[in-house]
Write a protein that binds this ligand. Structure first.
Ligand code: FES
Length: 122
């Protein structure tokens, strides 16, 4: 039911943990399943140089968080903002229909982290 990419990122998640000196933090949760995701970004010259996450959720949510934090490293803020939930899901080789909302959490938390950073700059 899960692809090998999902299983890989679930069993060996990248970038787990807190980032005390993050430049932008985004949190997103799903009230139905109760899962919650927090993404931390380190930003230099409009580029994401590091990303970490903390996720309390299902295996797909963990795989999504791991994949999103890998996808954004080295990207400009505008490039990272254009990462959609579909892009996250397809990078994982697809998610089962009832797990699509897990990829929404990843894209939404990422976008909120970028907004948080931009708000702090103004
Ligand atoms: Fe809700 Fe995966 S079941 S985030």
């Amino acid at each position: 039911m899960y692809t090998k990419e999902v299983m890989d990122h679930f069993t060996n998640p990248r970038n787990v943990g807190e980032m005390p000196d993050a430049d932008g933090i985004g949190e997103e949760g799903n009230p139905v399943c109760g899962d919650a995701m927090k993404i931390f970004l380190k930003i230099r010259d409009d580029k994401i140089v590091d990303a970490k996450f903390q996720t309390f959720g299902c295996g797909a949510a963990i795989a999504v968080s791991s994949m999103v934090t890998e996808m954004v490293k080295g990207k400009s803020l505008d490039e990272a903002l254009s990462i959609s939930k579909e892009a996250v899901s397809s990078a994982l080789g697809g998610l089962p229909a009832q797990k699509q909302h897990c990829s929404n959490l990843g894209a939404a938390a990422l976008h909120k982290a970028i907004e948080d950073y931009r708000k702090k700059q103004t």
